[in-house]
Design a protein around this ligand. Structure first.
Ligand code: NAD
Length: 361
């Protein structure tokens, strides 16, 4: 039987045959799904999160699924705290970092830009410095299609010029630039994944998307659709009907979280010392907000009430990916359809009316 000392050692020493991954933001939506997949695939996982946005309930689910010593640990810390970050890196032997932690709402970033530059750009610098100081060899970075801004030509390839138009996209682009400059003179293996719009949840129903109630106004379309279907909000507010698209509403590329996490595992497996890989992770198909709402009505069986409003600041008309590079180089393709993703997510939402809140645990 392991002693407390042994348990501590398992995280603080490299062990042959075991890859220890630091998952920042692992209490959040995508990070928790990534941690689940990594644990299922026998990785050792440390989650660091300040719980400013994520859910400790998601971490508890993971702890219940993987209670064995040396599998999963949770560290409550703020990545903006350099001393805390350094302590974490001194006390743990990480082989790789998946850096998900971030504030991630376009609209909010236009209202609180400094918060975004601090949380995204300077925290990434701190994480990178700690990785360099402690010789952690692999970084998988969560970037976004928001770094491209509003390119004229669709679909977006990795060669499309990055001209972000809101602080969120700019902060992520700056973080990418810092990583790329650093990697020119380093042996670190770097993978930058630029996600499109992430939806869906664990098909086995263990995890879901549960933003804090106070973030609902900022929220993403899938959350808002489900909230409307559950009657938590009276209806759905669609912002912007005069965009230059077929039906006037914004067009986005919706990527399922399980597919996205699969791209991370493939990125980790293919990461090479001294090399950088940059990949768009999307389906390659654009769906308009109107189409999304119709799909959501079908998935939920609820005739969601829709109100059409003026545009939201910082939004762009049409964004969808060209995922050829990730398919060719990482052998990855999106498998879930919009309909399947929404059906799976709805199953979790229906059973978790309070997200990870007390009545659902
Ligand atoms: N959801 C999307 O559609 C989408 C699209 C493109 C890129 N991304 C990126 O994916 C990543 C994860 O997004 P998400 O949707 O899971 O968001 P989320 O808000 O659900 O998760 C982010 C997590 O990071 C944590 N966090 C934030 N600041 C922190 C700090 N200073 N220290 C420690 N922890 C901190 C939060 O508490 C939260 O648990 C982000 O980097 C985001 O920019 C998301």
């Amino acid at each position: 039987m392991s002693t407390t000392f042994d348990l501590f050692l398992q995280f603080s020493y490299h062990e042959a045959g075991i890859t220890h991954v630091l998952v920042t933001g692992g209490a959040g939506y995508i990070g928790s799904h990534a941690a689940l997949r990594l644990l299922k695939d026998s990785y050792r996982v440390t989650i660091v999160d300040n719980l400013s946005r994520g859910n400790i309930g998601a971490v508890r689910v993971l702890q219940q699924l993987f209670p064995e010593p040396g599998r999963l640990q949770f560290i409550y810390a703020d990545l903006g705290d350099a001393k805390a970050v350094n302590k974490i890196f001194s006390e743990n032997a990480f082989d790789a970092v998946m850096h998900f932690a971030a504030v991630a709402y376009v609209g909010e970033s236009t209202l609180e830009p400094l918060r975004y530059y601090h949380n995204i750009t300077s925290n990434t610098l701190l994480v990178l410095e700690a990785m360099a100081a402690h010789n952690v060899k692999t970084l998988i970075y969560s970037s976004t299609c928001a770094t491209y801004g509003e390119p004229r030509k669709m679909p977006i390839t990795e060669e499309t010029e990055q001209v972000p138009i809101n602080p969120y996209g700019k902060a992520k682009k700056m973080a990418e630039d810092i990583i790329l400059d650093f990697s020119k003179n380093s042996n670190m293996a770097v993978m930058i994944l630029r996600y499109f719009n992430v939806i869906g949840s664990d098909p086995e129903g263990r995890l879901g998307e549960a933003p804090r109630p106070e973030l609902r106004e900022q929220g993403r379309i899938s959350g808002a659709c489900f909230d409307a279907a559950r009657g938590i909000i009276p209806g759905l507010k669609v912002r912007g009907t005069d965009y230059d698209t077929a039906d006037g509403t914004c067009v986005r590329d919706y990527i399922d979280v399980t597919d996205l996490v699969d791209a991370h595992v493939k990125a980790l497996a293919n990461a090479k010392p001294g090399k950088v890989g940059i990949y768009n992770v999307g389906t390659g198909r654009g769906s308009s907000v109107k189409e999304f709402v119709e799909a959501c009505k079908k998935a939920t069986g609820v005739d969601i009430k829709v109100e059409y409003l003026s545009r939201r600041p910082g939004d762009y008309a049409k964004v969808y990916s060209d995922p050829s590079k990730v398919r060719q180089e990482l052998n990855w393709t999106a498998k879930y359809t919009l309909k399947e993703s929404l059906q799976i997510a709805w199953r979790w939402q229906k059973l978790h009316l309070n997200g990870y809140g007390p009545s659902n645990t």
